[in-house]
Design a protein around this ligand. Sequence first.
Ligand code: UD1
Ligand code: UDP
Length: 379
Amino acid sequence: MPVYGTRPEAIKMAPIIQALRASSDFDPVVTVTGQHREMLDQVNDLFGITPDHDLNIIQPRQTLNGILSKTVSGLQDLLAETRPDAVVVQGDTTAALGGAVAAFYLGVPVIHVEAGLRSFNLFSPFPEEANRKMISQVASLHLTPTSGSKQNLLREAVAEKDIAVTGNTVIDALLTVAQRDVPFAEQALADAAGSGQRLLVVTTHRRENQGSAMEGVGRALARLAQRYPDMLIVLPAHRNPVVREAILPALSGRSNVVVTEPLPYAEFARLMSLAHVVLTDSGGVQEEAPSLGKPVLVMRENTERPEAVEAGTVRLIGTEEERVIAEVSALFDDPDAYQAMSRAVNPYGDGHAAERTLAAIRELLGTGQRVSDFSNAGS
Ligand code: UD1
Ligand code: UDP
């Protein structure tokens, strides 16, 4: 039973669900918590996934405790009735934590996809660092994207036999949609694609950046738009009203800023491929953009995804207004600095993570053998 609730989980779970459905030895029971609604449904629709069960827990301005308690209580009867052989959760959201706790309490083995990421700061990202550590405590099988994330778990005394390095399924998903070359539904984006302007693609939503930090990012974007008339800022806005209230006011009325609703994943992937620079606090975008050869400036103080930072295509810049302006300007002004960050690297996957995931699950369930680990050596 895959259990998930938000957009990034849906994207990263989709290749696994598709592989489970395509194999004769699994009977997947897809369960969504509905922590996200529009952003979740958008992804499931794209990948042709109709959930078997939907807890539909979403509330406007929902709290962490509200999400967790509704997820756990919603799963109680469903798990007790369905008795799956295992529950699969992905990443570090509260949906994933709730799925893991509910399954563990009922004695159902927990399989954790994208395990072992650590920022080593319990409060950043909040609450994700805590969520993923708690999931690690109750998981029976830990599927890590990289050897570095495996090392993190070994340092926490997780048994090596319970860990498989699969690569990140986000690369499987990205490769699937990148081939589609979809048209943009919004005219402003179709115009942007053909404009010849240099695109600065921006996403932001992290809880710890909400409020004054995000307002500062809004002001930085407004000043950048003014400084560079040939820059076109494209910001697909997260559905969270708290995010919109912070970032959008400074941007209204600017001709070279395009704000959209959350884009369907295939359109967002195309937008990234057209970007000059990506500015984000997203986890998934940090993994995808490097494989498209796009420089990524990450508006955070730390990251649990050090591999692309080490490869030189991702830079941590925080959220301070002047720093955001300086770092974006450096990439727009200095061709050498730009070139140095524009190499395509693939430290997070090779497109076969879902296959490795299924093989490791078969081994856990005693119906097959796992395959060789993903290696990013030399990527
Ligand atoms: C959640 C995850 C975060 C993940 C992010 C991906 C937690 C605690 N946070 O954060 O780890 O990186 O998703 O985007 O699990 N909303 C809608 N429609 C939607 C989605 C959200 O209206 O389709 C609104 C909700 O009503 C909610 C707000 O946005 O009040 C925030 O959603 P929530 O899931 O609580 O937090 P995110 O910041 O999205
Ligand atoms: N994404 C999308 N449409 C958008 C913006 C992002 O499909 O308008 C995708 C993006 O490609 C990545 C995922 O959403 O795969 C990241 O989700 P988000 O930033 O919400 O969460 P995080 O990865 O930070 O948990």
